[in-house]
Each structure stands twice: as C-alpha cells, then as structure tokens.
Design a protein around this ligand. Structure first.
Ligand code: SF4
Length: 411
C-alpha cells in the first residue's frame, strides 16, 4: 500500500473525466474522507498482507489498525484520519467479518493463472499531462496474451461496475505500459470484487479497446490541466468531490430543474404554468440523487462551521437533536422495576441475528447455508427508471401509499 497520491490518481479519474474543472477546484482542499474510507484502507491492507503471505492474517483480529499498519505506509493525512476516526467516531478494529469479506476477494485473485502482482505501483504518466503520475493496482495476473486486473472494493455504499471503469482501466493501461513487451497482451479482463454486496463483476475487453479509451482519458485529463476547464456535474463526479458544498455548477444544475419560467411562458395553459407538469415532476424526480448529494454537502459544511464557531453562520445554530431514553444502571432498574413488573417481563426475548449478520460471521465456504435457511419478504414499492430490468410492481397498492410514511414511534 502506498502512502502517496498522484495528482491524476486513478481513483479520481471518473470525477476528472466528467468534470475536468474539479481537478483545479479541489486544489488545496483537504480530503475529508470518513469512516468508510478509513475502513477501506484497513481492509486493503489486510488484503495485501493475505495475498503476500498466503496466510489468513488472524494475528490482527481484535486489533485497532493504528497498532499494526506501519506509519510510513500512510500519508500523514490518512494517519490522522485513522487516529481521528478511532478516537471520536465509531470504533474500528479487525474482526472475523472483515477477514471473511477480504478472503472472498483474496480467493478470487488467487484462482487466476499467471504471474501475480500485488499492490503494484504502475506508471500512468503517458495518459497524463504531467510526468510521474502513478496508481497502485490491488492485484493483477499476467500470462502470455492475457491480463486480469482485480480491483477490491470494501465499501458497500455504491455498487461499482467493471465495464468502462476508468480507475481499473488506468491500472490496466499502466500494466500494459510496463509489461506488454514481456506478455504481449491481447485480451484484458477487468474485475471488481465488492464482497460486502456479493458483487463480483467482470468485463472482458482487449488491449486495443483500452488504448482507445486511454486516448479519451488523455484528452479529458489535458482539458483538466488547461485554462478554464469546464464543469460537468454528475452524480458520480460530485459524490466524491471535495468542493461539492460550494460548487455553483452543481447548485445551478439542481436548481435549474426548479425553474418554472419555462412553463410560465406557456400561455396556452394558464393554470399549469403555476404548477409542475408531470413531465417536469419526472425530471425533478430523476435528479433526486444529485439533489440529495448537494443538500447533504451543504448541510455538512454548515454543521462543520457551526461546530467550530457557534456564531459563524447567520440565522442558524446547532442544538441537541431528539434524544432517546436509556437505562444508565440496568441492575438497579431490574431490582426496582421488579417490584412492579414480573421479572420475566423485564427482558426482551432473545433475538436471532439477521441473515446479513450471520453471513458476516460465516466463512465463504459455510455461507451458502444462509441461502438455504433464509426467506425474503417482498420488497417495498420503489420508483426506478423505466428501463430498470426489474419487473413492474404487482403487489398490494395499499403498500404504495403507506411506504411514504416514516415510523414515528416514540423511544
Ligand atoms: S461538485 Fe461536481 S461540478 Fe462541482 S467541481 Fe465538483 S465534480 Fe465538478
């Protein structure tokens, strides 16, 4: 694992390609990666260790990452994040569940024939407008004529696909750049291992196609390097952008959808001009991802400012939110309440863990037992794009109405 990051890092490629302006816009803005990012760093470190040693790294079980990840393998920012997250938010330590998920990717990598390369730094400078740009590929295997790249994703918030995955393509290009003389690649297989979603995606392509995509990447990277590069707000780009909370291009894109002026000019339908048409409502609905992302980024920025200085944001303040009652001293509660309530009624019945929790505790080999034992209730009705492959809802229409209400029960 490398503690250094290139300016054109493969992990930022999709953002820079969609929105070339974001490269310069993010200059000097600290990365505010949260718990999930730190958790991913730890899982990658275990992944590397396991592939290198060939042994399940059980020696780290129950340990907190700062006690075993070498200091020089992380940037000072990553190191600070690791310490900060552990100190102030959710605790983070290695457990069987994490090792089980890491194992799935490790086994998938190991089954590929050829020469294996683990956490190997590859040079991507030929596709970048400045020298010394590189990426670190989690794993790749080379055999004459064929390259198989595997990118391990520990997160589960966003499902990642292999096809035209710019991050993995840049790793592949870096490998081609360095090893093509030796293996004379023709076929290239790009794979995403995302075990926490049970998602193992494969894209079979060719060196020729990747080199073509490489030209497109090179063009977009050059635009990002030039003067006044264009903004290109998209969900995928803005989600991981460090300036999303203050970006006017993103705000404009979202707010343009709420502009009624276009409808107001329709003097043929006076009443409709005052209300959203169904077409406009559908357009706005389809923007919900970008909208939520934007509001979330603005909210996070305001909260950070207020937490640093309570008077820094005119018209807003931080307060304690709704809090939930709890028993600070369960033994005393049991003794005192037992005077009024039968003791056997004071405790909830033992509750079984969920199928997902069971999967986390089981090894890959034992995990199929969950599919045998578990059943699924029909999912709640959900609105998706018309071209979504799932069949149309044919369930109870009463569920459609009730699905709009949150559970507001007390405590
Ligand atoms: S928030 Fe989106 S549009 Fe704005 S700079 Fe970042 S990626 Fe580009």
């Amino acid at each position: 694992m490398s503690g250094l990051h290139a300016r054109y890092s493969p992990s930022s490629a999709h953002r820079i390609i969609d929105c070339p302006a974001s490269l310069q816009a993010c200059d000097g803005v600290a990365d505010d990666a949260g718990y999930e990012a730190v958790e991913g760093t730890v899982a990658h470190w275990l992944h590397e260790e396991w592939l290198l040693t060939g042994k399940r790294p059980t020696q780290f079980l129950g340990k907190r990452p700062w006690s075993f990840i070498p200091h020089n393998e992380l940037t000072s920012q990553e190191w600070q994040l690791l310490r900060h997250e552990i100190g102030t938010e959710r605790d983070l330590f290695v457990d069987e569940g994490m090792l089980n998920y890491v194992e799935e990717s490790v086994l998938w990598c190991r089954e590929v024939p050829g020469d294996h390369f683990i956490e190997k730094r590859v040079n991507i400078s030929p596709w970048c407008p400045i020298p010394d740009q590189f990426g670190t590929a989690d794993h790749f295997a080379c055999q004459p004529g064929k390259l198989v790249i595997t990118d391990f994703k520990y997160g589960r918030g966003v499902q990642v696909y292999a096809e035209r995955n710019y991050q993995a393509i840049l790793y592949a290009l870096g490998v081609i750049n360095e090893y093509d003389w030796e293996y004379d690649f023709d076929e290239v297989v790009i794979r995403i291992a995302q075990p926490r979603l049970g998602h193992f995606d494969v894209w079979e392509t060719t060196k020729a196609e990747l080199l073509q995509i490489g030209e497109f990447i090179k063009e977009r990277f050059a635009i990002a390097h030039g003067e006044n590069p264009p903004f290109g707000p998209t969900e995928q780009a803005c989600k991981f952008c460090r300036v999303s909370y203050k970006c006017k291009a993103l705000a404009d894109k979202v707010l343009d959808y709420f502009d009624f002026e276009e409808d107001a000019s329709r003097d043929d339908v006076k009443l409709e001009a005052e209300f959203l048409t169904l077409e406009r409502a559908v357009e706005i609905f389809k923007m919900r991802g970008l909208f939520k992302l934007w509001i979330g980024a603005v909210e996070a920025d305001i909260a950070t400012r207020l937490s640093r200085d309570p008077d820094s944001v005119p018209g807003l303040k931080l307060v304690a939110g709704r809090s939930v009652r709890y028993w600070p001293n369960p033994d005393k509660v049991r003794d005192d309440l037992a005077l009024y309530i039968d003791e056997d009624k004071l405790y909830k019945p033992r509750e079984m863990i969920s199928p997902a929790q069971a999967e986390k505790l089981l090894s890959k080999g034992d995990r199929p037992i969950v599919s045998v034992l578990a059943d699924k209730k029909p999912g709640k009705p959900t609105i998706v794009d018309a071209d979504d492959p799932r069949p149309k809802w044919e369930g109870d229409n009463a569920a459609v109405a009730s699905s709009h209400f949150d559970d507001e029960s007390d405590d």
